[in-house]
Write a protein of this length. Structure first.
Length: 98
């Protein structure tokens, strides 16, 4: 069963450009290296420019677990930390199939 993730990220004012640049490096790395990731995309709120949502889907719990253990996730995550205004708010979802 596929696993969905919605990660809400709040960025400090004035850090949007730096955040987006770094996060796009992560998106590229995930899309190039994680065959178990169906999609990994960053979106910015239309009502609050400091809020970003990451929409993710993995083909299994194992693929999701591997994502968080990659060197590039840990490295870029550390680079992103100074841009963040709060801890990520992450929701995990199970795919509903008819």
């Amino acid at each position: 069963m596929a696993v969905g993730v919605i990660a809400k990220l709040t960025v400090q004012p004035g850090k949007n450009q730096e955040f987006e640049s770094l996060f796009n490096k992560l998106v590229k790395a995930v899309n190039e290296n994680e065959s178990g990731c169906d999609f990994y995309t960053l979106h910015q709120s239309r009502t609050d420019p400091q809020i970003y949502m990451v929409l993710e889907q993995y083909d299994s719990e194992e693929s999701l677990a591997l994502h968080g253990k990659t060197d590039y996730f840990r490295s870029i995550g550390a680079e992103l930390a100074p841009c963040m205004a709060a801890a990520p708010d992450i929701e995990y979802l199970d795919t509903v199939q008819a």
